[in-house]
Design a protein around this ligand. Structure first.
Ligand code: PEP
Length: 251
C-alpha cells in the first residue's frame, strides 16, 4: 500500500521571515499521520523552515539542486548542502526549470542520480505542453521524459523516487486536468516503470499529480488508482493547503 504524499512547491515566494510564519501557521493543521507532507521551499528559506517544523512530521524539500559536489558553480546549491540543512526531498525537472533555465533530459538524469547518491528523494517532474496534448503525443512524450530521467538508475533506487505528472497547461492556470486525463497519464507512467523495472517497483513507486490542485478537486484526484497525492503550487501558500492534506476529512 503506497502512502499518500502532498508536497507544496512554494516557487519563488516567501522571504525567510514570511516563510517561517507560513510554516508555523500551517504546521498544526498539516501534521498528518496518513499523508507525507513536504514543504518545498526556496533555498534561502530551507534552514529557517527546517527549524520551524522541527519535531513535526513535516519534511522540508528543495526546489532545485546542482549535480556537482562542489566548486566553481556560482549560485548553485550542492546536494550535501541540502542534506546538511535538513532537506529530505528535492524537486527535479520542474517545467519552469526546463522552460526558463533550459534544463534538459540529460542534465535532469544527472541530477536524479546525484540526489539519490546523497540519499535525497527526487520529486521528478514530467508533463506535456498544450500543443503536445492536442497533437496526441502526451503519452509518448512523458514516457521519453521518464525513461531518460531514470537512465542508469537501478531498481532499488528508482523505487524510492517520487514522480510528479504536471501537465504544463494546468500549472498555475486554474485549468485542472480532468481526473480521467490525470489518471490516464499517471497509469501510463506506472506502466513505463513496470517496463523498466518490473512489477514490484511499479507498485511501490509514488506518482503525484500537479496542476491547479485545490481543496475542491484534491479528493477526487487522489482517489484515482495511480495517483498517490499531489504537488501543489499556488494553493500551498494558503491555509487551503491544509484542506488538501486533509482531503479525506474535508470531502
Ligand atoms: C507547480 O508549480 O508545481 C504547480 C502544480 O502549480 P499550481 O498548483 O499553482 O498549478
Amino acid at each position: 500500500m503506497r502512502r499518500k504524499m502532498v508536497a507544496g512547491n512554494w516557487k519563488m515566494n516567501m522571504t525567510p521571515s514570511q516563510a517561517v510564519r507560513l510554516a508555523e501557521e500551517l504546521k498544526p493543521q498539516v501534521s498528518s499521520e496518513e499523508v507525507d507532507v513536504v514543504f518545498c521551499v526556496p533555498a534561502i528559506d530551507i534552514v529557517p523552515v527546517a527549524e520551524a517544523v522541527k519535531g513535526s512530521s513535516i519534511s522540508v524539500g528543495a526546489e532545485n539542486m546542482y549535480y556537482e559536489e562542489k566548486g566553481a558553480y556560482t549560485g548553485e546549491i550542492a546536494p550535501d548542502m541540502l542534506v546538511d540543512a535538513g532537506v529530505k526531498y528535492v524537486i527535479i525537472g520542474h517545467s519552469e526549470r526546463r522552460q526558463y533555465f533550459k534544463e534538459d533530459d540529460a542534465m535532469l538524469n544527472k541530477k536524479v542520480r546525484k540526489a539519490i547518491e546523497h540519499s535525497l528523494v527526487p520529486i521528478l517532474c514530467c508533463g506535456e505542453t498544450l500543443e503536445q496534448r492536442e497533437e496526441g503525443v502526451t503519452l509518448s512524450f512523458v514516457k521519453q521524459q521518464i525513461t531518460s530521467a531514470f537512465e542508469s538508475v537501478p531498481a532499488e533506487d528508482a523505487v524510492k523516487c517520487v514522480i510528479a505528472y504536471e501537465p504544463i497547461w494546468a500549472i498555475g492556470t486554474g485549468k485542472v486536468a480532468t481526473t480521467e486525463q490525470a489518471q490516464e497519464v499517471c497509469g501510463a507512467i506506472r506502466e513505463n516503470i513496470r517496463e523498466l523495472y518490473g512489477e514490484k517497483t511499479a507498485e511501490q513507486i509514488r506518482i503525484l499529480y500537479g496542476g491547479s490542485v485545490n481543496a475542491g478537486n484534491a479528493a477526487q484526484l487522489f482517489a484515482q488508482p495511480d495517483i498517490d497525492g499531489g504537488l501543489v503550487g499556488g494553493a500551498s501558500l494558503k491555509p487551503e493547503f491544509a484542506e488538501i492534506v486533509n482531503y479525506k476529512k474535508e470531502n
